[in-house]
Design a protein around this ligand. Structure first.
Ligand SMILES: [Zn+2]
Length: 474
């Protein structure tokens, strides 16, 4: 009966949140540039009675929204993301690749629905808690830059998760699911800048020292390193600066690395890659500097929480889709040459996730509080790629709204269970305490690391003006 109440509240409130999600979809702000998106969500929660703390962890677009009742215990956290991706602009509800603004960012991972889903869940929950006179604190963690895996390690370092008993995370899915156990890869992100000397490449090349050569040799070194590291490793890089004309010896060149592996392999691997940088500098008589951007752990999802979330996925069930929505899904699937199965989302509890090389900074949260990720249906089923226009095109449609609503219900119902059935929370905490005694959290961030503010400022500035005319009102 109570469960019905919170679901009914979500249905009563959701129209406004669909408009918020659609507006954030049009803003499509890149990591650490989510000024409008985070403000819209923070303002919405403030209006609903939550207290807002902004600038968390030194990031202007990070915030925590809190509201408590009675004793304020337990403290239930909700992770919320809202950043977009470069190059993924796409018109909504169109089954072919057709950007709104060519080259501009877009919500190719559906994060517009995620931050909004958790906002809807906590606003509905607040009403439920008040009506039932329950004790608790609800904490919404507005987390920027998930796509750069930046915010959570810095928010944790700033103490934002202290005293949180349990955390419900969410992500868009091509299914309706939740996973328990270890999954994904840990990751370090850092840039190496080499400095040499310019000279005329034809006239007096012996006067120059090429920073671009150093970058190439560092890449060659790490390429050889791969052969002798476990198969769980992923090592990739892009040259972000490598000279501007062949006739000027480049005195500056920069490479950006992601190194990924299981948590225990990463610290030593990082040292090996730094040795490749050192070797490259020696060979080219250049110097180098390393700027650490972020480091995050694998996910260590709480299985007892995953089980509880799964029970509520089953209770909520799959959304019902119209013939038009099914036809749209099949048109997208047809154009991408995957089976035209429509919106046949699976509901599942995953307990033995095969190793994949992707990473998320949610991993760090799973080591400081029991946490699991609820995946709600929003992307098209059929093994389509992530970070892709087919995700953007669904992001402001009724399909996304239905997924958002279903996800909010599961998150809210799971929180209701945590409040009404203390034995479930106790079992979750017990699993976490046992696990963390064997896997104590140690941040991968060096002490002097700072969030890379402004990393995307130039790229965002390039497109924001052109995107503005397509902004929708919340
Ligand atoms: Zn994502």
């Amino acid at each position: 009966m109570e469960k019905l109440t919170v679901s009914t509240a979500i249905e009563r409130m959701q129209e406004k949140f669909f408009r918020i999600s659609d507006a954030i979809w049009t803003y499509a702000e890149l990591a650490l540039e989510e000024y409008k998106s985070s403000k819209l969500l923070a303002d919405t929660l403030e209006e609903a009675g939550f207290t807002i703390e902004t600038g968390v962890g030194g990031m202007p677009t990070a915030f925590v929204a809190s509201w408590g009742n009675g004793t304020g215990k337990p403290v239930i956290g909700f992770l919320a993301e809202y950043d977009a991706l470069p190059m993924l602009s796409q018109k909504g509800g169109v089954p072919v690749h057709d950007p709104v603004v060519p080259g501009a960012p877009g919500h190719g991972c559906g994060h517009n629905t995620m931050g909004t889903m958790q906002a809807l869940a906590v606003v509905a929950l607040k009403e439920f808690v008040q009506n039932n006179g329950l004790d608790c604190t609800l904490k919404y963690f507005g987390s920027p830059a998930e796509e750069m895996l930046v915010s959570r390690p810095y928010m944790i370092r700033a103490g934002a998760f202290k005293g949180v008993d349990v955390v419900i995370d969410c992500h868009t899915g091509d299914d309706f699911s939740v996973a328990g156990g270890v999954s994904g890869a840990g990751m370090y992100s850092f840039i190496v800048t080499f400095k040499g000397k310019t000279a005329h490449s034809g006239g007096d090349p012996w006067m120059g020292r090429s920073a671009a050569d150093a970058v190439e040799l560092m890449h060659a070194g790490t390429e050889r390193m791969r052969e002798h590291t476990p198969v769980t490793q992923r090592t990739h890089w892009v040259t972000v600066e490598g000279g501007e004309a062949p006739n000027v010896v480049p005195d500056r060149a920069t490479t950006w690395y992601f190194i990924r592996d299981i948590d225990e392999n990463l610290p030593d691997r990082y040292q090996w890659v730094l040795d490749c940088a050192k070797g490259a500098a020696l060979m080219t008589q250049t110097t180098y500097e390393v700027k650490f951007l972020t480091g995050c752990h694998q996910r260590h999802s709480n299985t007892a929480l995953a089980q509880l979330i799964y029970e509520n996925i089953q209770a909520v069930g799959l959304p019902e889709y119209t013939a038009e929505e099914e036809a749209f899904a099949k048109a997208v699937q047809k154009n991408e040459n995957v089976p035209q199965t429509g919106l046949n989302y699976r509901m599942r509890l995953v307990t033995d996730m095969p190793y994949r090389g992707g990473s998320s900074d949610v991993g760090d949260v799973t080591l400081v509080a029991p946490c699991a990720t609820l995946r709600f249906p929003m992307r098209f089923p059929g093994n389509l790629p992530g970070h892709h226009w087919t995700v953007t095109t669904a992001g402001n449609t009724s399909i996304a709204h239905k997924g958002l609503s279903a996800g909010a219900k599961v998150a809210a119902l799971t929180a209701c269970d945590l409040l009404k059935k203390p034995e479930r929370l106790e079992a979750i905490r017990k699993e976490f305490d046992e696990y963390s005694s064997e896997h104590p959290y140690k941040s991968f961030l060096p002490d002097d690391a700072e969030p890379p503010l402004g990393w995307n400022a130039e790229l965002m500035a390039k497109y924001r003006g052109k995107m503005e005319e397509f902004y929708s009102e919340p």
